[in-house]
Design a protein around this ligand. Structure first.
Ligand code: PPS
Length: 273
């Protein structure tokens, strides 16, 4: 209802465009958006930021994330009640009026594998992986395409490098400290008071999975499966057939963006664990 009443003012630019789309009251100048295409590692980064802010003495659960790095659409009231230094998660496309952005990206082929399992678990899609990459992506209406997402991030980086930090899922797996330090600095957190080794430990895939098994998650309550599913890079090489890859690579924009982000196109098996 509230959103309906905001339609006309939003149309005439009287309400901030991003705030209208995310269904929150306003965007603050010190907001940081944790932004990514789905299944790119957003939850992992939310855990990292949460442990950096709250410390590692306690265990932060999946449910706790909603009061530390809440998700737009799900936690509007909480977001609206926060006065400053908000962190907000979203999978929506870019808006110019996001003040600061941590943009997480992941090899699109691994994203597709993860997304396939996610949609199967929710019963949003049923069928084979081959069918999914050809027909299953229509369900992601809010988020646009991976290509649009990445192009938005790259354009923002070029136009306004100070307001965006690009975080690669694979680099985070490979060199946690370097990437986590960049996140902390970008968020103006007191790095002298962060125990990066402990943050790494608390947010490791195994620990997050154990945390989920003990404390649950919305995903687990609904699907009886773990949200923390596999947590690896390069699994696409075992999933895509040659036909699947040929199909994906018909889209030259996807090929160009994979190359630009330094993801090799060939199917050599080099899984990073
Ligand atoms: S969502 O639902 O769109 O917000 O998903 P998102 O959090 O962006 O991405 C989910 C994938 O991230 C994996 N994940 C992790 N990988 C490595 N380390 C840690 N700690 C971690 N936590 C979550 C999660 O398992 C999903 O990837 P897949 O490939 O499905 O395992």
């Amino acid at each position: 209802m509230m959103q309906y009443l905001r339609l006309i003012p939003a149309k005439f630019g009287l309400i901030n465009k991003a705030a209208f789309h995310l269904q929150i009251k306003r965007i603050n100048p010190d907001d940081t958006f944790i932004l990514s295409y789905p299944k790119s590692g957003n939850t992992w980064v939310r855990f990292i930021i949460s442990y950096m802010i709250k410390g590692t003495d306690q265990t932060i659960t999946f449910d706790d994330l909603e009061t530390i790095v809440p998700e737009a659409y799900r936690s509007q009231d909480f977001i609206d009640s926060q006065k400053s230094n908000r962190f907000i998660k979203t999978h929506d496309l870019f808006f110019d009026d996001y003040p600061y952005i941590i943009y997480i990206y992941r090899d699109y082929r691994d994203v597709l594998v993860s997304l396939y399992h996610f949609q199967m678990a929710w019963n949003i899609f049923t069928g084979s992986f081959a069918q999914f990459i050809r027909h299953g992506l229509k369900n992601l209406h809010n988020h646009g395409t991976w290509q649009d997402h990445i192009k938005g991030a790259l354009a923002c980086k070029e136009k306004n490098p100070g307001k965006i930090l690009m975080v690669s899922y694979e680099k985070l797996l490979d060199d946690f400290y370097t990437e986590a330090l960049k996140i902390a600095q970008f968020c103006h957190l007191d790095i002298d008071n962060i125990d990066f080794d402990m943050v790494e430990q608390k947010t490791s895939f195994d620990e997050i999975k154990e945390n989920e098994n003990e404390n649950g998650s919305r995903f687990m309550r609904k699907t009886k499966q773990n949200f923390a599913r596999e947590g690896k890079a390069g699994v696409w090489k075992d999933v895509f057939t040659k036909d699947d890859l040929d199909y994906l690579y018909q889209d030259q924009e996807i090929v160009g963006l994979l190359k630009k982000l330094n993801y090799p196109l060939v199917q050599e098996k080099t899984v990073v664990i």
